[in-house]
Write a protein that binds this ligand. Sequence first.
Ligand code: PLP
Length: 351
Amino acid sequence: MSRFWSDVVHGLTPYTPGEQVQIPGLIKLNTNENPYGPSPKAMAAMQAALNDGLRKYSDPNSTAVKDAVARRFGLTREQVFVGNSSDEVLAHTFHALLKHELPLLSPDISYSFYPTYCSLYGIEAVQVPLNERFEIDINDYARPCGAIILANPNAPTGIALPLERIEALLAAHPDQVVVIDEAYVDFGADSAIALLGRHDNLLVIQTLSKSRSLAGLRVGFAVGHPDLIAGLERVKNSFNCYPLGQVAQAGAVAAIDDVAYMEQTSQAIIASRAWLTAQMAALGFETLPSHANFIFTRHPQHDGATLAAALRERAILVRHFKAVRIDQFLRISIGTDEECARLVEVLRDIL
Ligand SMILES: *Cc1c(COP(=O)(O)O)cnc(C)c1O
């Protein structure tokens, strides 16, 4: 607290990210980072971008990145917005598109940054409970609202909503923006980008942090109707005209173009996820069906917080949320096969 703070600062509830701690030999399964490195082509492109050109400002419009996204998904440049992480793209989205007379709807259990943006931008929100299987039921969204935001697959549950459900939601709300946050879509879910041609109220947001293994580069993007993108550009250009430097733009283009590498590493993670889920079941854990690079799991006889603490003592970090309905669960990122095997071994020991 400080007497110099403006009023809005007192009312904020900042997001708490998963810890980034330095423990020797630590197995870090708490922030959904990718265990495989970024595309070698992206690394080479970033090395090549370290040159005298850094003297100058970067392209404010990240045109090359927009064109890479447009190429990948068969879109036009005008349908693409690029930001310094998808968290930044989300922030501009809340600011530009989600503040209306009627409340914003989102699931009660979802990415916990959404309520933070609501508090920052003064957006009234209603949290719609997931059903008893921790799924989003779109019938629960049939109510007056200003806009809707969902993560698909949802976080931290990992459960994916089928595309036809998303299309029904879009059709039921033709005058509201529906935002689909697809941070984890490449790990086995279907992207709503396929629906863009038919729905001008759809905005899809993706990140290079998870399936492109570039969490440290901070690049995200949104795709949607050019009018939605133009709204985002107005906010972005009232905030920071140069959100991406040249190195990030070069790395992002190469990473997006290297589809084969992304698919190969994502397939490896999907295979490890299946192996880990089976091993966890053998230990008595109940795991929600995941389409993400993490699992959300609980043990009927062991408290979630206690298990997370016991793992931490043995140098394995997982994420535990002290929140209603989910405080018995652990969210465990999929690591390398060695890391997954070590986790199972340590859990067997703890149990
Ligand atoms: C990781 C994550 C993000 C943020 O990604 P960044 O681009 O690293 O900011 C956004 N949404 C969800 C649901 C995530 O899990």
